[in-house]
Ligand binder design. Sequence first.
Ligand code: CP
Length: 340
Amino acid sequence: MSKWNHRHILDLSAFSLEDYTSVLELANRFKSMPFTGARKLPALQGRLVATLFFEPSTRTRSSFELAAKRLSADVQSFSPKNSSLNKGESPLDTALTYVAMGADVLIVRHSSTGVPGQLARSFEHREKKIAILNGGDGLHSHPSQGLLDLFTLAKFFNPKNPLPKALKGKKIVIVGDILHSRVARSNIWALTACGADLVLCGPPSLLPEQFSNFVDKPPTGQKFDPIKQRGSISISRSLDDALKGADAVMTLRLQKERMSENLLTSLDRYHIDYGITHERLKCCEKQIPVLHPGPVNRGIEMSGAILDDQSICLVEEQVCNGIPIRMALLYLLAASESFE
Ligand code: CP
């Protein structure tokens, strides 16, 4: 395994191919281990992992907590509804409170873009050796979801050796509410890094043309792109056209809570134009897998029949893969020199 240089995991734009390889190799090892009963690995013994989710979550939070427990960490979970946030305490002071109780790793989810990064900078300024793992911030990034999606696809294309090269030259369609999706943004960084060619698909109100330039330069504050040659990105307004020759399709939840105006004429129309159904998949040249990060709006992004069809739909597999991927991230942070 190559040297791990990240103190925090905030985004995937700075990940090298070696980083992706390290995460996928470790996740594949963890996935093959039986964690039945009390069986655990000692990697995070004596460490405290706190999950600070200022926004709701089912999968990310539970699987991070399970991953931390399987590595023998102590785990503390925070519930914003019953917390002192309601008395005016800020996210930084909340995080500092958990650090004062001995937290070594904070998994942070927040509805505002940049909060995990701001916390990371505040802790560095205070010379506190805390690792921050972004559990999803605003429209910006959801790195662990991007990595578990990458792992799920790599495993589908090459079950015995699910590494980044399994994605090279594959045509992946990402369809839906890309504008409001941090998952789409993390997937775009991860999949193009591994050489996949992406077709982004959706109506102009949910997929502005600028997304075709998304990886042309690194985000503000990042000096260079560690990936020499990324896969291509194109935009399609027609899902039937996009699916021709595709190797996989990922559909995204319509994020009504982040839509400031009515961006769709109707949900029925959206399902007709962009929903995944068995009928629509007939236009593919072969049977392709369907992914969705969850939670799914049944009957909108995909039909209930697709969601329940285990021969096509990888949603359950994505959830399962979230645990070994998050174990790998926690393990790599704990193993990094900057963590000591
Ligand atoms: N995919 C995802 O982030 O799901 P949760 O909101 O349930 O964590």
